[in-house]
Design a binder for this molecule. Sequence first.
Ligand code: FAD
Length: 379
Amino acid sequence: MSPVPRILVLGAGFAGLELATTLSSELADAVEVTVIDKGDAFVFGYSKLDVLFGRAPLEQVKLPYAAFSKPGVRFLKEEILAIDPVGRRVETDNGSHEADHLVIALGADYDLDATPGLADGDNEFYSVAGAVRMARKLPAFTSGRAVIGVCGTPFKCPPAPSECALLLHDHLTALGVRGDCDIEFVIPFATPVPPSPDTSVALIDAFAERGIAFRPGRRPVALDVAKRVVTLDDGAELAYDIFFGVPKHRAPDVAIESGLAEDGYIPVASQTLRTRFPNVYACGDVATVGVPKAGVFAEGAARTIARELIAELRGEPPPAAYEGKGSCYIEFGAGRVGRVDVDFLSAPRPTGTYLPPSRELVAEKERFGSSRRARWFGR
Ligand SMILES: Cc1cc2nc3c(=O)[nH]c(=O)nc-3n(C[C@H](O)[C@H](O)[C@H](O)COP(=O)(O)OP(=O)(O)OC[C@H]3O[C@@H](n4cnc5c(N)ncnc54)[C@H](O)[C@@H]3O)c2cc1C
C-alpha cells in the first residue's frame, strides 16, 4: 500500500459520482481518489425523455465534469481499455493506473446488434445521442403507428418505456394529431413494473384511458426498417411508422473482458458489493446486485461501498449491509408524477409501494435532480 490509500473509481455516473463525493466529504485528503470516465458530462437518465420530447435542449441537461471538483478527488477524462482485477490496475488510452481499492461503476452499454435492424436508422431513445436523433425525427410523425419496444431484460429504469408511451400521448395530443396516431407498447414483462402490482395497475389504467395498446410478455426481435415492420418473439409482425426502442443491455466490453463478468454482468455480494477479487468492488448497472438497473440503486450501493472503505480505513467495524431500497419517480403525463418505493433485499421477495401522481411528487422529483446537481456539481 502507498502511504495514502489509493481508491480508483471507474465510471462517473450515479455510482461513481456519489462514491467519490462521499469519500471526499468524509476523508478528504486522507485518501487519493481518482475517478476515470471517457465522457465530458453527466446526464440524468430521465433527462433523455426531456430531450426526446423537446422539454429541454441537450445543453441544458448536460452536467460537465469540469464542475466536479472535490477535495482529495481527481477526475481523469480517459477511456478505460483493460482492467486487471488481480493487480487492481487499469489501462487507459492515456496510460495505466494502480489502486489499493478498485471500484467498477461503468454502467451498462447497449447491444443494438442483438436486435437486427435496430441500428439501421434512429430507432432508440435510451442513449443521449439516440434521444437527440429521435427528437429530430419526432415532429415528422403526425399519423400512423408508434411502437415503443423493449428488446431485452434487464433494462435501465423499468418505468421509463411506460413514461415514453404516456409522454408521447401528450406530445401528439398537443400537436392535435393524437386521433391520427396509434401508440402500441411492447414489453417482455407480464406487467409494466413487476415488483409493484399497484404501480402496474395504475399504468395499465393510464394506457387504457389514453387508448395506448399494451402488449405484455412480448419482445421485439428484429426490425425491417425498409418495410417498417417489427417482428416479435412469437413471430407476430407489427407495422410501425416510428419505433421507440429500448435496446438490449450489456456490460461494457472492458468489464466483460476483465474476467470479472458472469452471464454478462459483474456478480457481487449484494450486502457488500464486493467481487470475488480482494478490494475490488462493483456497483450500479454494470453489476448483478439483485436490484433494478436504476440510478437511485446505483448511488445507494455506492454509498455502502463508501461506508465500507471509510470503516476499513478508520479501523472501525464494518457498516450495515446494502439494503437494496429505492424510490423511482414515474411521469404519468399531463405534468403529473407518481412514485414507487421498492425494497429488493430485505424481504424474501421484492416489494413495491405505489404513490399516485400528485403535484407534491412533481416538486419532489425536481428536488431529486437539484439535490444531486448541487451535491456533485455545486450548482
Ligand atoms: C430514459 C431513461 C430514464 C431513466 N430514468 C431514471 C430515473 O428516473 N431514476 C433513476 O434512478 N434512474 C433512471 N434511469 C437509469 C439510470 O440512468 C441508470 O441506471 C444509472 O445512470 C446507472 O448508474 P451507473 O453509475 O451504474 O452507470 P452510468 O450512470 O451509466 O455511468 C457509467 C459511466 O461509465 C462510463 N464508462 C463506461 N465505459 C467506460 C470506459 N471504457 N472508459 C471510461 N468510462 C466509461 C460512462 O461514460 C458513464 O459515465 C433512466 C435511464 C434511462 C435510459
